[in-house]
Design a protein around this ligand. Structure first.
Ligand code: PGA
Length: 254
């Protein structure tokens, strides 16, 4: 597939995998994906497996991501993890504002923007998630919700920081449900998000930013999604937990 922007496919392992299970998975991925150069491959294990997975992916084409981080750099924040602590494990990416955190931890756009700023200070690339609920889609509010989330969660970033930020468009109704957005729905949302970026920054910056699709991505639908002009990769949950399915998603996307 020939696009100006390099595809980035990330596995969001969520709260799955002990250290031993994480090593099994990542070692399998290393074996299967060693020859892939066309795609940036990222795995996002839980914090407890970062150390082991970090050592396992040294000298490989697999990059490491975390699933969340604090909006503070240091101090009395029990249970939180700072960007510099992630850097110690060679983490390059961090998922911010996943819909599960927006829903269960009540993360706001403003909080996500503060986290994104912290990530950039530590030279971590944020993967900022946005997406509408089913009620919002059915109420014709998709564009309004996406514009609010994109403007709010990326507020204050410089153009240079924006170019180093990945956006994941994840319609909430498609996450873990087996329902995927149609290719037309995905393309329309991605093009809309890019148009918002052009208004916030400029056309050139908007063209640089990679926008992933997420929500029930599988080996069977990956290719048609990646063929859409504004879809630059995938954020994969369930299907990233097995060597075969994650490998097939990547190979089918090339
Ligand atoms: P899913 O999850 O692939 O299991 O739908 C995607 C995500 O939540 O990032």
């Amino acid at each position: 597939m020939n696009k100006d922007r390099k595809l980035i496919i990330a596995g969001n392992w969520k709260m799955n995998k002990t250290v031993a299970e994480a090593l099994d998975l990542v070692n399998g991925l290393k074996r299967e994906l060693a020859a892939v150069k066309e795609v940036d491959i990222v795995v996002c294990p839980p914090f407890t497996a970062l150390d082991a997975v970090s050592k396992a992916v040294l000298d490989s084409n697999i990059r490491l991501g975390a699933q969340n981080m604090s909006e503070h750099n240091v101090g009395a924040f029990t249970g939180e993890i700072a960007a510099v602590m992630l850097k110690e494990f060679s983490v390059r990416y961090v998922i911010l504002g996943h819909s599960e955190r927006r829903q269960y931890q009540h993360e706001s756009d403003a909080l996500i923007a503060r986290k994104a700023a912290c990530a950039h200070v530590a030279a971590l690339k944020p993967i900022v998630c946005v997406g509408e609920s089913l009620a919002e889609r059915e109420g014709n509010l998709t564009e309004k919700v996406l514009e609010t989330q994109v403007r709010g969660s990326l507020a204050g970033l410089t153009k240079e920081q924006m170019e180093e930020t990945v956006i994941a468009y994840e319609p909430v109704w498609a996450i873990g449900t087996g329902k995927t957005a149609t290719t037309a729905q995905a393309q329309a949302a991605h093009a809309f998000i890019r148009s918002v970026l052009a208004k916030m920054f400029d056309e050139a910056t908007a063209k640089q930013v990679r926008i992933q699709y997420g929500g029930s991505v599988k080996p069977t639908n990956a290719r048609e999604l990646m063929e859409q002009p504004d879809v630059d990769g995938a954020l994969v949950g369930g299907a990233s937990l097995e060597v075969r399915s994650f490998t097939d998603i990547i190979k089918n996307s090339i």
